[in-house]
Design a protein around this ligand. Structure first.
Ligand code: NDP
Length: 464
């Protein structure tokens, strides 16, 4: 009998099932299209004895030890609801369903509430690391009933990535907590990628560097404080030659970015929770704008191409700017997590989140270990104010300012770096400019304002 079951042998499901089998657990698998299951088991090689391929849901359910634990790895949304509806009548009340796709956490909250009302266990877990991560060690962000997590924690920690000896798999909180943490992970991923794309643009268009030279810069940065998976793969992408044209691959890739929605969800939740994540919002908008190819061509025909040459060598400033931008972006991400934790009653373990992101996931980086320490030492503080990161920002914000202003003056778009800088500057301005907003609001709507020198609500003389 299998210790666990998995439904959905697509890219992620097949990799996850292989990983589970590889770690010595017997697993039953089911896929809507039966031939996919047959091919998967037939091609499993040494892992085949650990796998039980099944052709019907009845067969699948019968192959799993009771109380059962079943991972769903199907597209987020209707497919998950459909699978739950098909499976539940075949299951016992203590059988655990685990949605491991990229669900919207609101859906997970709804499904958790429905499961609770039915008295059946349900988990929503975020899995990051793409196919490679799922196969050899993803970062796992668990959510739902803690008792359910405890039942499968030994399997999930066994298959997770490791940072040193520590598995990157943690229970984040009730209902949608795990999927929310995964969503914010993806939002940060959008911003990280966008900021890298912006400095790439300045190197390509502003400094006239070819892809090979840019690859060398990324390789160098990957040996310093920016060391991270995304910097590493950016270097590899830049170094790749297109077999068909013989040109650098980057030079033949269309400049229109795809997205599946998790970045947008992060921005939406940030707005809902009044926890600004402006670098992420800028990154989502940049992907949307990237797809407006014809409109951008029209703009260039009317105004001329924006990017101009940059004077001087600012490559080292680009590195420091990325560092500063990244710190500001993560400060926003952790601020958003803290706000959601309060709003949804989760008690999210912020240092624990930084820890599970240290390995296995797309945003893994050297800096996350320092973030885990900072979030432990100063848990209620903006991450930018933690002594370690405050010092890093003191050392690097000048470069961020230089890069953003140079980008603006030379027409090289840098919206995420610009958003990060504006956030940093706003958060170190004790006397801001919202007094003007309050004056305006009172003028046209008698909304009232507070005074610096008195308590209570006040109005301007226009109030009659
Ligand atoms: P794929 O498209 O590769 O696979 C989807 C799987 O779900 C297939 O096995 C498919 O079966 C099955 N499926 C689709 N619709 C239904 C349905 N209505 N009922 C039952 N089964 C269905 O997707 P991925 O593996 O890439 O993604 C799965 C989940 O993991 C998604 O939520 C995704 O967002 C998430 N994810 C993906 C990552 C990635 O890098 N790809 C990274 C992290 C999370 P069939 O063969 O019959 O079509």
């Amino acid at each position: 009998m299998a210790e666990i079951g998995l439904v959905g042998l697509g890219t992620m499901g097949a990799a996850l099932a292989s990983n589970i089998a590889d770690k010595g657990f017997d697993i039953a698998v089911y896929n809507r299209t039966t031939s996919v299951t047959e091919e998967f088991v037939a091609g499993a090689g040494d892992l085949a004895p650990k796998l039980t391929g099944t052709g019907t849901l009845e067969e699948f359910v019968a192959a799993i030890d009771r109380p059962r634990a079943i991972i769903l790895m199907v597209p987020a949304g209707e497919a998950v609801d459909a699978m739950i509806a098909q499976l539940r009548p075949l299951l016992d009340d203590d059988d655990l369903l685990i949605d491991a796709g990229n669900a919207n956490f609101h859906d997970t909250r709804r499904r958790a509430a429905e499961a609770k009302a039915q008295g059946v266990p349900f988990l929503g877990i975020g899995v990051s690391g793409g196919e490679e991560g799922a196969r050899h060690g993803p970062s796992i962000m668990g959510g739902g009933a803690k008792s359910g997590w405890d039942r499968v924690a030994h399997i999930l920690t066994a298959i997770a990535a490791r940072f040193g000896d520590t598995p990157c798999a943690t229970w984040m909180g009730e209902d949608g907590a795990g999927h929310f943490v995964k969503t914010v992970h993806n939002g940060i991923e959008y911003a990280d990628m966008q900021m890298i794309a912006e400095v790439y643009g300045i190197m390509r268009d502003g400094l006239g560097m070819d892809a090979g030279a840019i690859a060398g810069v990324f390789r160098r940065w990957n040996a310093g404080p920016l060391a991270s998976y995304l910097i590493e793969i950016s270097g590899k992408v830049a170094a790749t030659t297109d077999a068909k044209s013989g040109k650098p691959l980057l030079d033949v890739i269309l400049d229109s970015a795809g997205q599946k929605g998790t970045g947008r969800w992060t921005a939406i939740e940030a707005l809902h929770l009044a926890a600004p994540a402006t670098a992420i919002e800028a990154a989502v908008a940049a992907r949307n704008l990237s797809s407006r190819l014809e409109e951008r061509k029209t703009g260039e025909a009317i105004f001329g191409a924006a990017p101009q040459k940059v004077d001087g060598d600012i490559v080292d400033d680009l590195e420091q700017a990325l560092l500063a931008g990244k710190i500001a972006c993560y400060a926003q991400g952790f601020g958003l997590l803290a706000a959601a934790s309060g709003q949804f009653g989760w008690d999210l373990p912020l240092p624990g989140i930084a820890r599970v992101w240290r390995a296995g996931c797309i945003i893994r980086s050297a800096m996350l270990d320092d973030m885990a320490t900072a979030l432990t030492e100063t848990p209620d503080e903006n991450l930018m104010f933690a002594p370690f990161f405050a010092q890093r920002l003191k050392d690097s914000h000048g470069a961020l300012r230089k890069v953003v202003s140079t980008a603006a003056l030379t027409g090289n778009p840098a919206p995420a770096l610009g958003a990060a800088l504006a956030y940093f500057d706003t958060m170190r301005t004790a006397r801001g400019t919202a007094n003007m907003i309050q004056g305006q609001r009172d003028f046209f709507g008698l909304h009232g304002f507070q005074r610096l020198d008195a308590t209570g609500a006040h109005h301007g003389p226009w109030a009659g």
